[in-house]
Ligand binder design. Structure first.
Ligand SMILES: C[S@@+](CC[C@H](N)C(=O)[O-])C[C@H]1O[C@@H](n2cnc3c(N)ncnc32)[C@H](O)[C@@H]1O
Length: 232
């Protein structure tokens, strides 16, 4: 059955169409390297040489998927944007990372059969996705006792961080005037993060879908968070 498109998917398509070739550089520069630290925090949750099959939702250009692939049996990545998926595939070929596969798909309709994966990850998906539907799908494709780990930005509550955050986005908006492909992201992301209630929505959806051991870890003075949980 075809689901109507969630507004977050339309936003993600608008934001990330045409940004794939510059994505890796832009995310590194605009997060001052924090993206690498946040992804490392996800990687540290995965045991080395583990016999796990992992699904990375909203894999983009495969930064996280390819890093996870070094530690596990296999990684499947899915993303809305064909160009990003193509870049992830090319990187896998040039890095000789044979245990990965990448396909175009929405996270709300995961194109895999039941109980295939030990772990589902997602970095920067929650603020765009239909979290209730995504969690239903994650619960379907996870094996019993499988885990899910999601990461995204969070709006800081600390006064000084808020001031720094505002300055950062002012500079990004200025930069957006000179980088047309990123203009919409740089202008609107601040407001998207401000309006997002993804941590609460995800926690509610996880409880409703029989996940347990829900843990919320705040990172970099509350500017990002990782939520993890185990399927009961
Ligand atoms: C900021 S990028 C993050 C890419 C990658 N996870 C990373 O950390 O580098 C956000 C990605 O989420 C994807 N995305 C957003 N909503 C999605 C959805 N509902 N289903 C699949 N992909 C989605 C976008 O296409 C985009 O590639």
């Amino acid at each position: 059955m075809d689901l109507p498109m969630h507004p977050g998917q339309e936003l993600a398509r608008r934001f990330f169409t045409g940004t794939s070739s510059t994505y890796d550089r832009v995310v590194r520069i605009t997060t001052f390297g924090q993206d690498h630290r946040w992804k490392k925090a996800i990687l540290d949750m995965i045991p080395k040489n583990s016999d796990q099959n992992v699904l990375d939702l909203a894999c983009g250009t495969g930064i996280l998927s390819l890093a996870i692939a070094k530690k596990v049996s296999s990684v499947a990545g899915i993303d809305l944007i064909e160009e990003s998926v193509g870049i992830a595939r090319d990187k896998a070929v040039s890095n000789n990372t044979g245990n990965t596969s990448f396909i175009v798909s929405a996270a709300e309709t995961i194109p895999y059969a039941e109980k295939q994966f030990d772990l589902v990850t997602a970095s920067y998906l929650p603020k765009y996705g239909d979290l209730e539907q995504i969690v239903v799908e994650i619960a379907r494709v996870l094996k019993p006792n499988g885990r899910m780990v999601m990461h995204d930005f969070a709006y800081p509550s600390n006064f000084f961080m808020k001031v720094l955050w505002k300055i950062h986005f002012k500079i990004l908006r200025l930069a957006g005037r000179f980088v047309p492909s990123w203009k919409e992201v740089f202008f609107e992301l601040d407001n998207v993060i401000y309006r997002s209630r993804w941590i609460d929505e995800l926690s509610t959806a996880l409880l409703r879908n029989h996940f347990k051991e829900i843990q919320i870890r705040r990172l970099t003075f509350g500017t990002a968070a990782i939520v993890s949980a185990t399927l009961g």
